[in-house]
Design a protein around this ligand. Structure first.
Ligand code: NAD
Length: 293
């Protein structure tokens, strides 16, 4: 069997068109232009690319984008002061602090300083808690994108055995919560899980969010299962030039799986599209209007 390739780029492009249309409607009907502020600290080249892409996508959707570039020596106090300004700026509906932060800054304190209504990354404990107890709130973008991709194959996830490999606060845990909300039967695996290949072979859906290139082998996949690869790893490519690889051994897994996401071109583009959708949702909630998203 050769798997159906889940084209995250095309699915994200469709979602971005829907978002741009909604942004146009909000401007016409409510004079609302959703605004996203992104804060970048230091000069991590990967973060610089992510921030540039997020800002461009925000503008392309017709929204207001501002990027605050701070030196790597910025103090936590100055960063918190900027967040406080953005919290009270009525033109800003979404605030995102690009991670990772320099080691002298307490990332949790920064996440908790963001006004929960503007927390478009969905990392604030209030939003994490709301997700856990089934209340509406802002949900992390990458897990949201994973669910949307999985639902292109299985419109209902109810009763399916879903395995999430990885238990981080930004991917694994919120993804497991979303799968529960979809009535899947959820297993969360992590670095201490025993016999992960056997656990994986029982799953109808495997979500790999580990950060280890090619860790999930073809032999770990149940024939016909759906594989969503969240991993973004830089590995040596042709001529020693780095290339991106997922957490799944793609060429092996696609011979066994029923459907699989590629890296790049799978989950990554969905993350940005979901960030735009979250910014629109945040703006609508803040001014008290409903949205089609
Ligand atoms: P993380 O390092 O915070 O968490 C990794 C998790 O994997 C941990 O919970 C750990 O217990 C688990 N793990 C580690 N080794 C394991 C093993 N041998 N077996 C089973 N589990 C193991 O990473 P993260 O922030 O959750 O990111 C995971 C991956 O997803 C990374 O490659 C990251 O770059 C990628 N990512 C992609 C996007 C996207 O937009 N596509 C967004 C966020 C993260």
């Amino acid at each position: 069997m050769t798997a159906c390739i889940i084209d995250g780029k095309a699915i994200a492009a469709e979602l971005r068109i829907k978002i741009a249309l909604e942004v146009r409607r909000l401007a016409a009907e409510h004079r609302l232009v959703p605004g996203l502020a992104v804060i970048l600290i230091g000069d991590n080249p990967a973060s610089e690319i992510y921030v540039r892409n997020k800002a461009r996508a925000t503008r392309d959707a017709g929204m207001q984008s501002s990027v605050h570039r701070l030196s790597g020596a910025t103090t936590q106090r100055d960063l918190l002061a900027l967040i406080s300004d953005l919290n009270s700026n009525a033109a800003v509906h979404g605030i995102l602090v690009q991670l990772p932060l320099p080691p002298h800054i307490d990332a949790q304190a920064v996440i908790e300083a963001i006004e929960p209504a503007k927390d478009v990354d969905g990392f604030h404990p209030l939003n994490a808690g709301r997700l856990a107890i089934g209340l509406p709130g802002l949900v992390p973008c990458t897990p949201l994108g994973c669910i949307m991709l999985a639902k292109t194959i299985h419109p209902s996830l109810a009763g399916r055995d879903a395995l999430v490999i990885g238990r981080s606060n930004i991917v694994g845990k919120p993804l497991a919560q979303l799968l529960l909300r979809e009535n899947a039967t959820v297993t969360i695996a992590h670095s201490k899980t025993k016999d992960l290949p056997a656990v994986s072979r029982r799953a109808d859906l495997v979500f790999a969010a580990v950060g280890q290139a090619h860790m999930v082998r073809g032999a770990w996949i149940k024939p016909g299962a759906t594989v969503i690869d969240v991993g973004i790893n830089r590995v040596p490519g042709a001529g020693g030039k780095p290339r991106l690889a997922g957490d799944v051994a793609y060429s092996e897994a696609r011979e066994v799986a029923g459907a699989i996401t590629p890296v790049p071109g799978g989950v990554g583009p969905m993350t940005i599209a979901c960030l735009l959708a979250n910014t629109v949702r945040a703006a609508c909630t803040i001014i008290g209007v409903s949205t089609t998203l």
